[in-house]
Design a protein around this ligand. Structure first.
Ligand code: FES
Length: 576
């Protein structure tokens, strides 16, 4: 008989010698599970986001098999289960709309079943936060295993990166610099193996956050999906989570304020995605850590970008792995005094013990803190009358000369308005204009789509303009770049000042001073506000309606208000 831990939930299903024990065990036996597997050993749920609708996660059945092998080797009992999978490229209007829905699926699937611990299989952008949010609200021992990045894209002798080169090549196509044939060829060259986007986009960022938070095994961030060592990591996670159940090492012991502060600094050092701001705030508030948008600015200050990876630089995740991966970055931060070294991680060691001796094999890919790739590039949180709740900009992906800029607004009321007018040669816009996009926030889109990095007008592209200041309540893909102000809160559809901006208004951006202001008088804004009408939900029923009525603003993590916090691993009543 395996030794039961006092907190082990599964014995309340499988350890019973009554009618319920019969029901709980007998149906599980239908696939050949022997009686002795119900002897009280830790039951580990493998939460799988495999789906052919999520191309980045299509190898997850193989990863799950390796996790299972690890769980069995350590004397546990693995049970794999599916949850809603969110594919960034196919799901419309945006996978972000469903992040909170998927997190509910994860939370209830874990709590309602006889699980003592979980391994969360995550990959494509939103699968990481949705699983961590759901698991945090249950607070059992858990390890996240990322699926790993794809191999580098290879096109006509050059490396091309997911997303980043999609933006640049589509601009080239629109500007007539490449043919449609070349465009199609690049599609085949870019995504040529299993795995998630191989730039430092949101998926790679979130895989790095998993490692930096200590909720994944060391090395989680960068091992390519098709490298055998990814499977070894999955197997190690399977072994380890069994021990975590025995140690009662729950998520709340890992996901502390210190862990989040470490992750924020790591995000700055890797030139990570702006999406991490929203996701980390949402995860933190599930577990009971009061992470604020201001913490991003505070912790990110004086942190330099060390990675020369797209979209901020030129290399890709495969290069990052060969250069040493995230351990080499964490070591640099630790040596620069920018790490809470005692933060505990899932392998039972502190983050510093895991990373203090990490080697770096290529200083052109992973720069040292003393000779960084870019200086002072933590995410900047802007304030001002245009964004009283905050807005963010990613300095490492922006054009330095535009970080202080004053210009006239060219306003697009929504994304359809933008698409209708942007290619019009008569559009009144010049390189100094500031492009403003409204109604693309959580309520407005709905779901806060990644449309903030608006493509530039072709007539300016043809003149050689490569960047302009863009402002919106939307998000931007982690693979995108430019001087793009995002996540303006409150959003236009919630009655924010953004809704009141008109063509020709002057806007001032000063990133060094953290300012974003609309130079329009209070009385004029009040007059405009009186004319403004709040748009209703896009659909009057179902999840879209629930989302519209309950979603929080970006600065609060865009979670649903009633999901914030946790209910813990309570065992519900018997079901018959
Ligand atoms: Fe899945 Fe980029 S589309 S990670």
């Amino acid at each position: 008989m395996a030794k039961k831990t006092p907190t082990q939930r599964s014995v309340q299903w499988f350890g019973r010698e009554d009618i319920y024990g019969f029901i709980y065990r007998s149906w599980v036996k239908n696939r050949g599970v022997p009686q002795d597997q119900f002897d009280g050993r830790p039951v580990i749920g493998i939460c799988n986001t495999w789906s052919e609708l999520t191309p980045c996660n299509t190898h997850f059945r193989v990863i799950a098999e390796h996790v299972k092998a690890g769980v069995l080797e350590a004397g546990g009992f693995p049970l794999e289960f599916p949850v809603m999978s969110l594919g960034e490229t196919l799901l419309r209007p945006t996978a972000m709309l469903y992040r909170n829905l998927a997190s509910m699926d994860v939370e209830e699937s874990i709590r309602g079943n006889p699980l003592d611990g979980t391994v969360l299989l995550v990959g494509c952008d939103k699968t990481t936060p949705s699983l961590l949010m759901g698991a945090a609200s249950v607070d059992l021992p858990a390890i996240a295993v990322s699926g790993g990045p794809m191999l580098s894209g290879k096109y006509r002798g050059t490396d091309i990166g997911s997303g980043t080169n999609v933006w640049s090549m589509s601009e080239d196509l629109r500007a007539g610099k490449i043919s449609l044939e070349e465009f199609h060829e690049a599609e085949s060259c870019m995504h040529r193996s299993h795995g998630h986007c191989m730039t430092m986009g949101t998926a790679s960022t979130m895989a790095s956050m998993v490692e930096a938070l200590g909720v994944g095994m060391p090395g989680n961030a960068a091992i390519p999906a098709v490298d055998a060592r990814r499977n070894v990591l999955a197997r190690a996670a399977g072994r380890r989570v069994v021990q975590m159940v025995k140690e009662n090492l729950t998520l709340s012991k890992i996901l502390t304020k210190q862990a989040f502060e470490n992750a924020i600094r790591v995000n700055a050092a890797i030139g990570g995605s702006t999406n991490a701001v929203i996701h980390l705030i949402a995860i933190a508030r599930r577990i009971g850590v009061d992470l604020k948008i201001a913490d991003w600015d505070r912790c990110g200050r004086n942190v330099h970008t060390l990675l020369n990876l797209m979209p901020s630089g030129k290399y890709l995740m495969e290069d990052f792995f060969y250069a040493g991966g995230l351990p080499a970055v964490i070591r640099e931060l630790g040596e620069a005094g920018l790490l809470h070294k005692n933060a505990l991680t899932v392998n039972g060691e502190t983050i510093w013990a895991n990373n203090k001796d990490a080697p770096c094999w290529n200083r052109d890919v992973i720069h040292s803190f003393k000779k960084p790739f870019k200086k002072n590039t933590g995410i900047a949180v802007l304030r001002g009358n245009l964004c009283p709740g905050g807005a963010i900009i990613k300095p490492s992906a922006a054009t330095p000369r535009l970080m202080k800029h004053r210009g006239k607004a060219v306003v697009f009321e929504n994304i359809e308005d933008f698409h209708r007018r942007i290619d019009d040669p008569k559009l009144e816009i010049n390189a100094r204009s500031i492009m403003v996009l409204k109604n693309c926030g959580p309520k407005g889109y709905p779901g806060m789509a990644e449309v903030g990095n608006m493509p530039l007008p072709p007539k300016l592209l043809k003149k050689g303009v490569t960047d302009m200041v863009r402002i919106s309540d939307a998000r931007m893909s982690g693979t995108a770049y430019g001087t793009v102000v995002l996540h303006v809160a409150p959003e236009a559809a919630a009655g924010g000042v953004l809704a009141l901006v008109e063509n020709g208004d002057i806007i001032e951006l000063d990133v060094a001073k953290r300012k974003l202001n609309l130079m329009v008088s209070k009385s004029e804004l009040q007059k405009r506000k009186r004319r403004w009408k709040a748009p209703g939900p896009a659909l009057e029923r179902g999840y879209w309606k629930l989302y519209h009525d309950h979603v929080l603003q970006a600065s609060d993590g865009a979670d649903l208000d009633f999901l914030v916090g946790k209910s813990g691993p309570l065992v519900p009543r018997d079901n018959h």
